[in-house]
Design a protein around this ligand. Structure first.
Ligand code: FAD
Length: 331
């Protein structure tokens, strides 16, 4: 019987959030097609990281273990993943859309005479495997102006990578599963690159992706001198400060605080958009947030189309009142 196989990634011995999102996408696909789901992660089966797998129960968790996989190389990962795919024979292979996956996944797909459908933001039109309805994968084109729909033709597994924030990782639930070591056959001669030190962002770089609450400010703030209004709200909420592109282009906040198609993609528990219109280039970076709250004086601002809670009004009145209310509640 065919299946869905999801490859997870770990960083600093923790499974990354985008991996849980890829797993949620894999579950959506598996449930829609009535297929079993398996997941795989590089590492020894004895590694405690495997105890942290907490999603809806997959059929099997494969621990892909080999000393040549201790450091990432495209050659090593491609060869090892290809061997597992040949062993499991899945119909669908799902990966998180990370720099690493971008590096090796197209090559992995090519090994099976397939292409990688990258940056998937949605899965539609699913039926059972016997039905004529097949899954359609949605990805954005032209800076989010167009949604393109893709489906697989031909035989072989269908490879897709899932964009950060597009699927909600917390849709997973706890359950029992089987942990199985998978020992690929790898020769050092087939690894043609020498891994260097992993890239470390400079200490100043803000990882908005790991923030639980983001207060994000847009051009409605009018001038840099007004930023303390939102900074105080962020401080009161224990939130990170983020921004739309014009704020960063103006140099009012550093570029690493920009959210959107040319900034960071985020999916915090709460995203508070203050004076942001909701241009598509901004929305693609934050619409996966669990709860979106928007403050805007224009009731027709597109941000309200994705907002769970909307406040129509002047941010210069609302934000200080909100800050005072949060401070009072915490006192
Ligand atoms: C190739 C490309 C890439 C891009 N990448 C990004 C990106 O990564 N991220 C990004 O954000 N943008 C990006 N943009 C820009 C994007 O198209 C928008 O121009 C930008 O997001 C608008 O920012 P904004 O919402 O802050 O400003 P505006 O669109 O000017 O909106 C300001 C909002 O504030 C509201 N407002 C004004 N005064 C008040 C007040 N007193 N109280 C309450 N509300 C008020 C207004 O009603 C308005 O809705 C990109 C554009 C291009 C072409």
């Amino acid at each position: 019987m065919s299946s869905v196989l999801v490859f997870l990634e770990a960083k600093n011995n923790e499974i990354t959030r985008i991996s849980w999102e890829a797993m949620a996408a894999g579950h959506a696909l598996a449930e829609g097609l009535s297929l079993p789901i398996d997941i795989a992660l590089i590492g020894s089966a004895g590694n405690p990281i495997f105890e942290t797998i907490h999603g809806k129960p997959p059929r099997t968790v494969y621990a892909i273990d080999h000393k040549l996989l201790h450091a990432y190389t495209a050659d090593g990962y491609t060869a090892a993943y290809a061997q597992l795919i040949e062993h499991v024979k899945p119909a669908y292979v799902v990966l998180p859309h990370t720099y690493q996956a971008r590096d090796f996944a197209p090559r992995l797909a090519t090994r099976f005479h397939q292409v990688l459908i990258s940056d998937v933001t949605g899965i539609q039109a699913m039926g059972g495997m016997d039905s004529t309805v097949w899954p359609t994968f949605v990805r954005q084109l032209l800076q989010g102006k167009l949604n393109a729909e893709y489906h697989q033709t031909g035989k072989g597994p269908c490879f897709l990578s899932v964009q950060a924030g597009a699927f909600r990782a917390d849709e997973a639930v706890k359950g029992e599963t089987v942990l199985e070591p998978f020992l690929p056959k790898l020769e050092s001669a087939e690894i043609r690159t020498q891994p260097g030190e992993p890239f470390r962002a400079s200490a100043q770089t803000v990882d908005l992706g790991s923030a639980t609450i983001l207060v994000s400010v847009g051009r409605g703030i009018k001038e840099q001198a007004n930023l303390p209004i939102v900074e105080e709200l962020a401080k009161a909420l224990g939130a990170e400060l983020a921004a739309s592109r014009p704020i960063c282009d103006n140099g009012w906040l550093p570029m690493d605080r920009q959210v959107g198609s040319s900034g960071q993609t985020v999916a915090p528990k709460v995203y508070l958009a203050v004076g942001i219109s909701g241009a598509i280039q901004h929305l693609v970076g934050m619409k996966g947030s669990q709860c979106i709250v928007a403050i805007n004086k224009d009731e027709n601002a597109p941000i309200f189309e994705v907002a769970d809670y909307g406040i129509v009004g002047d941010l210069f009145e609302i934000v200080p009142a909100l800050t005072a209310a949060v401070q009072k509640a915490k006192a």
